[in-house]
Design a binder for this molecule. Sequence first.
Ligand SMILES: NC(=O)c1ccc[n+]([C@@H]2O[C@H](COP(=O)([O-])OP(=O)(O)OC[C@H]3O[C@@H](n4cnc5c(N)ncnc54)[C@H](O)[C@@H]3O)[C@@H](O)[C@H]2O)c1
Length: 267
Amino acid sequence: MPSSRPSGSVSYDNSGRVVIVSGGASGIGLAILQAFAHSRAAAVVCLDVNEPAAATLPPGAHFVRCDTSKEADCRAAVAWTVDRFGAVDVLVNNAAIQPPASYQPIDQMPAEVWQRIVDVNFTGYTLLAKHTLTRMKAQHSGVIINIASGQAHRTARQVGAYSPIKAGNVMQARQWGVEYARDGIRVVSVSPGAIDTPLVRASLERQGGGAALANRHPLGRIGRPEEVAQAVLWLSSADASFVTATDLEVDGGLGSFGAFADPYPMP
Ligand SMILES: NC(=O)c1ccc[n+]([C@@H]2O[C@H](COP(=O)([O-])OP(=O)(O)OC[C@H]3O[C@@H](n4cnc5c(N)ncnc54)[C@H](O)[C@@H]3O)[C@@H](O)[C@H]2O)c1
């Protein structure tokens, strides 16, 4: 059931749980980290490559340096968490990249750019899930949330790597959700629309501003990282106990706006 948190707003109960968030040093991952900390998780562990950010994490959050594209790092980070806190109850696979050099159709994309996006955005999710699932199966409980994207479901020009690889995050969640359901483990993906984070701000600067992008969302604005975090809190909690092997779009209506969005912009 929803419970109060210090700000007075409502938060789904994840108290006492041990949570790992990859890419928790920035943007959506940081908001998820903060939301779990506010909902009185027993431990919140941030796995990231951005070591200086460790100093700015919310109180009670722990930083472990981990390049999620490397299996040894993922194995060690999960082992550290289990040694220290005795469990892993929630894994949020969130660390992903969309480098400027990837804004290409595939015939112009260097193979190394494609491969790095596969390694971080797709293989990284699998490696972290693999080592977490070993522990969750032993506990006979756990929730894994894959942060995918609206571009997992529909695409645009210039996202020749990001879009199809994000689609893989949705299918990972469906496959794992089916595979591990009888182990007491739920797996769900969350597909955000455009959310105000460093990743999106960099892209907007390239495109010359955000008004058009905001207008493509029927709600008339892009989202806030906290709005994705609240969906993750709900999906992780017992309130979502019958939700698995599916995707939730948190996108201000973007996904339903369709191809008519350009010629008929919202007022
Ligand atoms: N911002 C959006 O509009 C938006 C929309 C849809 C989906 N998403 C997804 O949400 C997630 C977070 O995006 P964001 O906008 O907060 O990005 P961000 O760039 O603000 O944060 C990403 C974090 O991941 C970390 N990271 C990058 N590579 C890593 C690696 N190999 N190992 C560990 N950590 C690594 C970075 O250091 C950073 O802290 C991503 O999966 C992204 O695809 C974002």
